[in-house]
Design a protein around this ligand. Structure first.
Ligand code: UDP
Length: 327
């Protein structure tokens, strides 16, 4: 049985569905602060609760035979982390420490951790690999990097076997249309553009058009949520297949950079609609250019992304048109 913490959230719920499709047994623990009960596949066991609740975790670890844990539960907005750093350190670091303590107490050693390219800060490389220096420029990135350090120390001291996955920009939705992205408020680019093209927002804002990029707008690496799910399952299976403790870190991206304007154009093409664009100032803490080098996970776990930006926008559009009010 795999415990998925934060399995009612956007990425977690897609990983849960794929794990179940591949015949893994899954229990989801989520406090539903931002996740949705409806996002959790009915084949999974579900417990509403918080990782800070020691007695609940004791109950879960003693009742179920938990072989591994995937941890998706976190605050993940760069801008919010700048103005509310306390909740980022409390939820992303302190609460994770409590989860790890319960794992150690119950001899559960396999752990997959959701990290981020925000750990790199403003890299000077055109393609970011895992050897690039980690110098976060916002509390969100710092909070994730702190947990990475904790995992490294715990692996040596307590025999934890873990894989850190540093996501670039997760996007897209389940091609079967059952689950998708539903944040309140929505801050991410692709859902914001699509919700505008669906008539639910009057315009789409571009945050900054004078970055040092090809068209002046920020470049990001968009990775389909099912490519992320595939990587998580490979990572878990790798931990199960190796006897020695693993302490591994991988980037998860598409290896291709698209500017904000290019993303908007793709959304216009897929939806056959024209966006009303407003140029606004750049957001604090937004690097101009973030593109992944994913060679390490390709070589070591034989993972590679299969979905294109067009697939991402198509599946996301399918989700938003069939669920205009979210779940
Ligand atoms: N962005 C934008 N308008 C929006 C939302 C995002 O111009 O309504 C830009 C944002 O400044 C960044 C890129 O799109 O350069 C991706 O932002 P998102 O919030 O989706 O992900 P992030 O890179 O912050 O994790």
């Amino acid at each position: 049985m795999i415990l998925i913490v934060g399995g009612a959230g956007y990425i977690g719920s897609h990983v849960v569905k794929e794990l179940l499709n591949q015949k893994h047994q899954v229990i989801v623990l989520d406090n539903l602060s931002t996740g949705h009960r409806e996002a959790v596949d009915p084949r999974a066991d579900f417990i509403q609760g918080d990782i800070r609740d020691e007695s609940l975790l004791t109950h879960i670890f003693t009742t179920y035979k938990i072989e591994g844990v995937m941890h998706f539960a976190a605050h993940c907005l760069v801008g919010e982390s700048v103005v509310k750093p306390f909740i980022y350190y409390e939820n992303n670091v302190a609460a994770t420490l409590l989860l790890l303590r319960q794992m150690i107490l119950h001899n559960v050693t396999k752990f997959i951790f959701s990290s981020t390219c925000a750990t790199y800060g403003i890299p000077n490389a055109k393609r970011i690999d895992e050897n690039c220096p980690t110098k976060p420029i916002n509390p969100y990135g710092h909070s994730k990097l702190m947990v990475e350090q904790i995992l490294s120390d715990f692996s040596k001291a307590y025999g934890l076997s873990y894989i850190v996955l540093r996501y670039f920009n997760a996007a897209g939705a389940d091609p079967e249309g059952e689950i998708g992205e539903d944040h309140t408020p929505e801050s991410h680019l692709i859902p914001n553009v699509l919700l505008h093209l669906l008539g639910k927002k009057s315009s789409v804002e571009i945050f900054g058009d004078n970055y040092g990029t090809k068209d002046g707008t920020c470049v990001r690496d968009y990775i389909h949520v099912l490519d992320l799910a595939d990587a998580h399952i490979r990572a878990l299976e790798h931990l199960f297949a190796t006897r020695e403790n693993q302490a591994l870190t991988y980037n998860l991206g598409n290896g291709k950079g698209y500017s904000v304007l290019e993303v908007i154009k793709m959304c216009e093409r897929v939806t056959e609609n024209k966006a009303n664009i407003v140029i606004s100032p750049g957001r604090t803490g937004d690097p101009a250019y973030l593109v992944a080098d994913y060679e390490k996970i390709r070589k070591e776990l034989n993972w590679r992304p299969v979905y294109t930006l067009e697939d991402i926008v198509n599946t996301a559009w399918n989700w938003h048109t069939s669920h205009p009010y979210g779940y």
